[in-house]
Structure formats: C-alpha cells, structure tokens
Design a protein around this ligand. Structure first.
Ligand code: G3P
Length: 258
C-alpha cells in the first residue's frame, strides 16, 4: 500500500447549477465508483458550486459509492451570523468532507490574504472538515525566479498555527497561477521540486512525521494526457483538476491515477 492515499479532486469553479450538476454527477459517478471500488488507495472529491452541493449529494447518496466525497470551493470562518452571501463551516459539514481554501482565483479576484486563508483553514479543521489549501506563484514571479520565495512565504503564512495533531489532515494544492486554465501545465519534475520544498517547509513547521503524512496535490491544466507525469513523482499525491473535471475526461484522469 502506498504511504499516502492519493486524491483526485475536481474543482468545477463557477460551472453547473443544480440541474446540470446533478446530471453530470449521474453521468460520471457510476464509472468513478467502479474504479474506486477496485482500488482502495485513491479518494475522489467533487467540488461543485455551493448552490449545487445538495444536488450532487443526493446523487452520491443514492448510488452509495464510497470514496467519492464532496467539497465546497470556499467558506467563511464564522459559524453563523450577519455575513450576507457567505456559507459557514457548519453548513459545509452537513454535506461535505472537504473545502478548497485560498484558491488563486479567491486570492486574485476576492482579495483573500494568507492570513484570511489561514483563519478559514483553522476553522475547517476545528469543524472536522479537510481543507485543501492552495498556494502558487504568479507568472511574473515565476519568470523572475521568485517561485521558491513566494511559496515559502505562502506556506509559512497560510499554513501557520494549526494544532499539531490536526496538521496532517490538511491537504495542500500547489497550483502555479500561470498553469491554471492556460493549457501550459507545469512539467512534472518542476512540480515535484516545488512540492518537495513545500513538504520540507511543512516538516520545519510540524515535524517530519506530519510532513510525511500530509497530501500535496498538483493543479494547473491537468488532463488525462498528463496526469501520469504527476502521480509518478515521489512527493505528488494527486491533482486538483479544473477544466478537465467538467467532462468525462475526469474519469480518465482517475483511471490513469491508479
Ligand atoms: O483548482 C484547479 C484549477 O485551478 C486548475 O484549473 O482548468 O487549469 O485544470 P485547470
């Protein structure tokens, strides 16, 4: 058995309202469920828009597949209150196991800082949710050779102050911003180098055992044509898939991760 159970997560972003989400989930989950039943070391997480979570939950509950889980794409850190437009950890927990936090689109378009992402991640852990915390450098930072410095700072701030016994439940997603939605995927060996660095930084923060247990995913233009390149790397434990998770190619990605 591999040391860490791999994760393939699909971030649907702002696609598929409840009706479409339900029919797409019905289309892909039988094949996904069959693959996962045959291979116990892989977990699949679907992350539809918040308004479609219930619809997908109903499909999953009816099919009774294990290891196809549900995740939200964002949430607030407060449990309830006057926060118009937000959803809380308690609400997410009713339907989901997981929540994506600090995606670069949240950071860029909605002003989320490392400090806010960290507060949300702590709230997720306190409520028994698995946070997938995203980090990644922008194109100009990449071109200026600043990848390592940017990642170091994001990791140290976004992933700070977790109660140490919880720190191994966090999932980290390395998504270089220049690779997201561009078709310019980061070469597997480069992703491995940065993800190895993230694991080393995590070891400095929480110790070697925790760093060895934590799952770190790659995200950015992953398809069934390149997934094998990532899952073959020693430190890469799966992928956070955007565009390709909206099509049946997602099933192929899962098949090729086995
Ligand atoms: O969160 C996943 C994402 O940002 C990657 O998107 O479309 O490049 O796979 P995409």
């Amino acid at each position: 058995a591999p040391a860490r159970t791999a994760i393939i997560a699909g971030n649907w972003k702002m696609h598929y309202g409840p009706r479409m989400a339900s029919s797409f989930a019905l289309e892909i989950t039988p094949a996904l469920g069959k693959l996962l039943n045959e291979y116990p070391y892989l977990l699949c997480i679907l992350c539809p828009p918040a308004i479609s979570l219930s619809a997908v939950r109903e499909v999953l509950d009816a099919l009774l597949f294990e290891r196809i889980e549900l995740g939200a794409q964002n949430m607030h850190f407060e449990e309830k209150g006057a926060f118009t437009g937000e959803i809380s950890p308690l609400m997410v927990r009713e339907l989901c196991t997981t929540v994506i936090l600090g995606h670069s689109e949240r950071r860029t378009y909605f002003g989320e800082s490392d400090e806010l992402v960290n507060r949300k991640a702590q709230a997720a852990l306190n409520h028994g949710l698995r946070p997938i915390v995203c980090v990644g450098e922008r194109l100009e930072e990449h071109e200026a050779g600043k990848t390592e410095a940017v990642i170091r700072s994001q990791v140290q701030k976004s992933l700070a102050n977790f109660r140490s016994e919880r720190a191994c439940d966090v999932v980290i997603a390395y998504e270089p911003v220049w690779a997201i939605g561009t078709g310019k995927a980061c070469p597997g060996e480069d992703a491995q180098r940065t993800i190895h660095l993230i694991r080393e930084l995590y070891a400095d923060m929480y110790g070697g055992e925790t760093a060895n247990a934590v799952r770190i995913l790659y995200g950015g233009s992953v398809t069934s044509a390149n997934i094998a390149e990532y899952v073959a790397q020693a430190d890469i434990d799966g992928a956070l898939v955007g565009g390709a998770s909206l099509k049946s190619d997602f099933v192929e990605i899962v098949r090729k991760s086995i």
